[in-house]
Design a protein around this ligand. Structure first.
Ligand code: F6R
Length: 353
């Protein structure tokens, strides 16, 4: 049932091109028809989620704010429940792969009580979240067996791109151009998967450390956070993620030869300042592995290793980079002999608060 793969996690990463195709097909074949009450006059959006789905929400915030100008907040479901922030009738979007995460379900119920409309982005058909929400958008990732979320995260991103494009103020021609780029993503992810051997070699090097730092800026921040979470949960290496510009406010103290740094270099307005940040990190003697575009000639001058991703519109780097970081976590954990599909202390769906 693992289709020749050593672990479900690896099988599921290799299913990502197909998952992108299926999720796009679901919504592009009939247009993402969210009824008028959903999209009319949204003045604010609040995401609620946990774990990997929380990181997808952070990408969603970046995309929606950038493409639509609608202000977006992202709340940990477990915090939302007790804090109950002002909602001003905001649209609430809950993201949950399983549809059974207790904190997310409770936060959705509270959001409804506070007068918010709720939309759930869910992978498991018929799960509890689909009954609690006013409106459901399914990700088409198929069953995910490995505890670590991989293909479901990418499917969540696809739905978020579609929502952001649907609500965007961009001219139609620009939206169509971006949708065409999205349609090319399965092919680009296949190209990332072809580099697995290279990523595995870097994983061999990483597997000897006990601490790591992931950095990025802009959309690279949630990419880094999700990369670090994947590394922690399956390899048991302590990994922190930081917006690169925040390092100098304390975390620089952790850098040095015992702490390798994984830098997500996105080809957007943050590129130059990220290169500066990388130089600062190198000056503190950390080994630096950059994830960067295949035609980037600059970055290799400053870092120890570069993992290349195919060139794409910068907002779609979240997909290519995340697949790289999933493979990096997988191969690091494998090298360390960890139980990859069932990591210690974790469950696939967390049904207690
Ligand atoms: C990490 C992981 C968890 C889940 C989190 C939320 O790989 O799987 O962090 O993302 O427990 O689960 P869902 O999305 O089912 O609500």
């Amino acid at each position: 049932e693992r289709g020749g793969y050593e672990h479900f996690m690896l099988k599921e990463i290799h299913e990502i091109p197909k998952v992108i195709e299926d999720t796009l097909f679901e919504y592009l074949s009939e247009d993402i028809e969210m009824d008028a009450s959903f999209s009319a006059g949204i003045s604010e959006i609040v995401f609620i989620a946990c774990g990997t789905s929380y990181h997808a929400s952070l990408v969603g915030k970046y995309l929606i704010e950038k493409l639509t100008g609608i202000p977006v907040r992202v709340e940990f479901a477990s915090e939302f429940i007790y804090h109950q922030p002002p909602m001003h009738r905001a649209l609430t979007i809950a993201i949950t792969q399983s549809g059974e995460t207790a904190d997310t379900l409770e936060a959705m119920r509270i959001a409804k009580k506070l007068g918010a409309k709720t939309l759930a982005i869910v992978n498991v058909l018929g799960s509890t979240a689909t009954r609690v929400a006013d409106h459901v958008l399914y990700t088409r990732a198929g069953p995910e067996i490995s505890v670590a979320a991989t293909k479901s995260f990418i499917a969540q991103l696809i739905v978020l791109y579609l929502i952001a494009l649907k609500l965007s103020r961009l001219p139609g021609s620009e939206v169509n151009r971006l949708i065409d780029e999205l349609r090319a993503m399965p092919e680009l992810v296949r190209k990332v998967l072809e580099r697995e051997g290279e990523i595995e070699q870097i994983a061999v090097l990483i597997s000897g450390y006990e601490n790591m730092m992931y950095i990025g800026r802009g959309i690279g921040v949630p990419i880094a956070m999700e990369g670090a979470l994947k590394m922690k949960e399956i390899s048991y290496i302590h990994a922190e993620a930081y917006p690169a510009g925040e390092l100098k406010h304390g975390s620089f103290a952790l850098l040095g030869e015992k702490t390798p740094v994984i830098a997500s270099l996105v080809p957007d307005e943050t590129y130059e300042i990220m290169l500066n940040n990388i130089k600062e990190v190198k000056a503190r003697e950390s080994v630096v592995v950059a994830v960067a575009d295949e035609d980037d000639q600059e970055v290799e001058k400053y870092v120890d290793f570069v993992i290349r991703v195919p060139k794409t519109e910068h907002i779609f780097s979240a997909i290519t980079h995340s697949v790289v970081l999933q493979l990096l976590a997988y191969h690091t954990a494998r090298k360390r002999g960890c139980e990859i599909d069932k990591p210690r202390n974790l469950a696939k769906s967390v049904t207690v608060e």
